[in-house]
Design a protein around this ligand. Structure first.
Ligand SMILES: [Fe+2]
Ligand SMILES: [Fe+2]
Length: 375
């Protein structure tokens, strides 16, 4: 795809490859392709991703925190403890994918990924800021909030899938990494988490600074997810066998992703401090997951050019100007955020893939996973 090339990348260990360039995109007749979906995302990131976690005013949030009862404080602390470590984890674990993309000479994709990594660092910073300044738990150890399904995903599956790329940059390994990182962690867990924050805090009219930060997170994440869907579509279009890799990986991880919600609720017995039905979150998570899976399945049998066209439309849809008409994807005011992917896509699954996973998930976390919380 690129005019630039790094030699000897495929299959080699980074330390043993003799790196060299034979040509450069920016000094070739090709130049930068600003129409490529990742390059569109890069330009959007420069416009919309430049917020500063330190500049958000958390003074009202500190006052609101004092008015929560102990159970509410525990529930919010739990969610933030999951988010903080999750953001730290995606910051730590993205680099191997960036390295693979760079070594394939995909300059535009790598340019976008530089914004991606910076944004994850800011998300990590903001979550820690909440813990220090609003919850006031500096010095406390919060690892006890990380339950078995959470640990399975963030302590094991995510780092393993991402760091495997250092030794195995094959399309199948890239697909497994992206499913784990983009579709499960960003597409199911993070989005369900945003939904939880909006559904509880925003509806109660508390924590305005935190909610503003979460809204910024969600805008950033809509770009990250759009890239992940594009990457998987590109891999599927190049080799249809990759679809089955994706399907297997989704089915493996979905029970754990739903198990995270299940275990949050299990910690509070029958009564969740924020009085929101668990089923609402599970339904939302499944809906988000199914949308992305269908989008990727659309790429089967398509040419690369068709995938670029498809992805370009999706990028525009998923990352609308937050201040423009129609507002941001997922701007949550007054209700559940819209899905980042658009339901305007094909309504039905054509294959057994995501439909099967969906059916399995409908059984709830307990059915989904012997795997999930029992891990
Ligand atoms: Fe993030
Ligand atoms: Fe992200």
């Amino acid at each position: 795809m690129s005019g630039a090339a790094t030699s000897g990348a495929a299959g080699g260990r980074p330390g043993t490859v003799e790196a060299r360039h034979d040509a450069f995109v920016t000094t070739s007749g090709r130049g930068l392709n600003h129409d490529l979906p990742p390059m569109r995302l890069y330009h959007k990131a420069k416009r919309f991703g430049t917020w500063d976690p330190r500049s958000i005013d958390l003074s009202q949030d500190k006052e609101d925190w004092k008015l929560l009862n102990d159970a509410q404080k525990d529930a919010l602390l739990r969610l933030v403890a999951l988010f903080a470590a999750g953001e730290e984890s995606v910051t730590l674990d993205l680099l191997p994918l960036i390295m693979v993309i760079a070594r394939e000479g995909r300059l535009e994709e790598e340019m976008f990924l530089t914004t991606f990594l910076w944004e994850e660092a800011k998300h990590t910073e903001f979550m820690r800021r909440f813990l220090d300044e609003v919850a006031g738990v500096a010095g406390a150890d919060l690892h006890h909030y990380h339950t078995p399904s959470y640990r399975k995903i963030f302590y094991e599956e995510l780092p393993r899938a991402m760091h495997r790329l250092l030794d195995d940059p094959s399309p199948a390994a890239q697909a497994e990494a992206s499913v784990t990182y983009n579709l499960i962690v960003e597409g199911v867990l993070a989005e369900t988490g945003y939904y939880a924050f909006y559904r509880t805090l925003q509806r109660q009219g508390v924590m305005p600074g935190f909610i503003q930060g979460i809204r910024n997170f969600q805008r950033d994440e809509s770009r990250h997810l759009a890239y992940g869907v594009f990457l998987l579509q590109r891999l599927v279009a190049a080799d249809d066998a990759i679809w089955h890799v994706i399907d297997r990986r989704l089915n493996h991880l979905l029970p754990y992703a739903l198990g995270v919600t299940h275990e949050i609720y299990a910690a509070y017995g029958d009564q969740h401090p924020f009085e929101v039905d668990q089923k609402e979150f599970i339904d939302y998570a499944i809906k988000q997951f199914s949308l992305r899976a269908r989008r990727i399945e659309q790429a089967r049998g398509k040419s690369l050019a068709e995938v670029y066209r498809l992805a370009a439309d999706q990028v525009e849809e998923a990352t609308r100007d937050p201040d423009g008409p129609g507002a941001a994807a997922g701007d949550p005011a007054g209700g559940p955020p819209a899905a980042t992917g658009s339901p305007a896509g094909p309504a039905a699954t054509t294959g057994s893939g995501p439909g099967r996973a969906e059916a399995r998930a409908q059984g709830g976390p307990a059915a989904g996973g012997g795997g999930g919380s029992g891990a």
